[in-house]
Design a protein around this ligand. Structure first.
Ligand SMILES: NC(=O)c1ccc[n+]([C@@H]2O[C@H](COP(=O)([O-])OP(=O)(O)OC[C@H]3O[C@@H](n4cnc5c(N)ncnc54)[C@H](O)[C@@H]3O)[C@@H](O)[C@H]2O)c1
Length: 309
């Protein structure tokens, strides 16, 4: 197996996590982390025993097969485009970009360069989501309801709860139903900050499923719960504890069968990396494409209306 040389852009919370996982990945050499902040760069590079680069030019000079972009959102598009045009496969954190126009440019740049562009909608790789998806195989999904809530994250300054949290759930709804979102409406508010911190999204997919996303930063504890109704099953998944329960075989007398589904023990980020690296090696399409990232962004932006993301 050819060793793939990679770098992580952004040595913040998410970048450090990516770098830690890639350091342990089979068939990967983590060449270094790239961060304009010398302290953060040195801290992560020192802890992992890899290089530290101050900018993209230094990183490209080191020779890269792939990169993970985990910088603030407004840098996703310029860094990703520069990497793709220099022949580097890119896994860019969600949201793919700040605007649909930027996202389209990235998709075109990947096509022209013949390089992979994958978007880090990591919840698709949450083993609880994977188990629920498998349980929906061959079923008509009627509704998906997701609650994603928690306390206000102190580091969150440049983005509201829709672009930060609900964009995960928009992707999950599209993934679970295997269908795009056809209609969406949203109620949101700003209670404590300058950006939305509470939102309720109602949507309908092209396949006819209804979806509800309830997300906020007003809850003092983390909640990540998903309920799926199919024509014959009701599935309840806790995306934190990764317990997935399926209720089925409903009887006229009210009896039904309940079973706990098998859920694989694995880190979602590791599964995301494995899928990305395998697609690079096999020349396969990205498991979460630029088009997925673009649609998720468009839907999240339509929820926000004219407000800042
Ligand atoms: N998939 C998920 O579940 C998930 C979770 C959290 C964050 N994220 C995403 O990850 C990204 C980063 O979020 P975070 O919470 O780690 O932010 P963060 O602020 O902790 O880290 C961002 C880092 O990027 C660095 N940076 C700024 N400009 C740079 C440049 N030009 N080149 C290289 N590095 C630069 C900053 O110095 C900082 O260290 C965001 O896009 C966010 O949406 C995804």
């Amino acid at each position: 197996m050819k060793t793939l040389r990679g770098a992580v852009f952004g040595a913040g919370v998410m970048g450090a996590y990516h770098a830690r996982m890639l350091r342990q990945a089979a068939g990967v050499e983590l060449v270094g982390v790239v961060d304009t902040d010398a302290d953060k760069r040195a801290q992560v590079a020192g802890a992992l025993g890899c290089g530290g680069f101050a900018d993209i030019v230094e990183a490209l000079d080191a020779g890269l097969d792939f990169a993970v972009v985990a910088t603030p959102n407004h840098l996703h598009a310029p860094l990703t485009e520069q990497l793709l045009t220099n022949g580097v496969h890119v896994l860019v954190e969600k949201p793919i970009a700040n605007t649909p126009e930027e996202a389209r440019r990235l998709i075109a740049a990947a096509d022209v360069a013949g390089r992979l562009l994958m978007v880090g909608h990591v919840e698709r790789f949450n083993p609880a989501v994977l188990a629920a998806k498998a349980a929906c195989e061959g079923e008509r999904v009627v509704s998906v309801s997701i609650t994603r809530a928690g306390p206000f994250p102190p580091r969150m300054a440049d983005v509201g709860v829709i672009m930060d949290l609900a964009v995960h759930d928009v992707d999950i709804v599209r993934y679970i139903t295997g269908s795009d979102i056809a209609e969406v409406s949203c109620q949101h508010d700003r209670v404590h900050g300058s950006r939305q911190d509470v939102a309720l999204i109602l949507a309908r997919t092209e396949s006819g499923a209804s979806a509800q996303i309830d997300c906020n930063w007003l809850t003092p504890f983390r909640v990540r719960q998903m309920k799926i109704a199919t024509a014959t099953k009701f599935i309840v998944a806790d995306l934190i504890t990764r317990q997935v329960v399926e209720h089925s075989a409903f009887m006229p007398n009210g009896a039904y069968t309940t079973r706990h589904l098998f859920v694989r023990q694995a880190e979602p980020l590791q599964l995301e990396h494995e899928a990305f690296l395998e697609a690079i090696r096999n020349g396969a399409p990205a498991p979460v494409t630029g088009w997925d990232g673009l649609r998720n962004l468009e839907i999240a932006l339509s929820c926000i209306g004219g407000e800042a993301a």
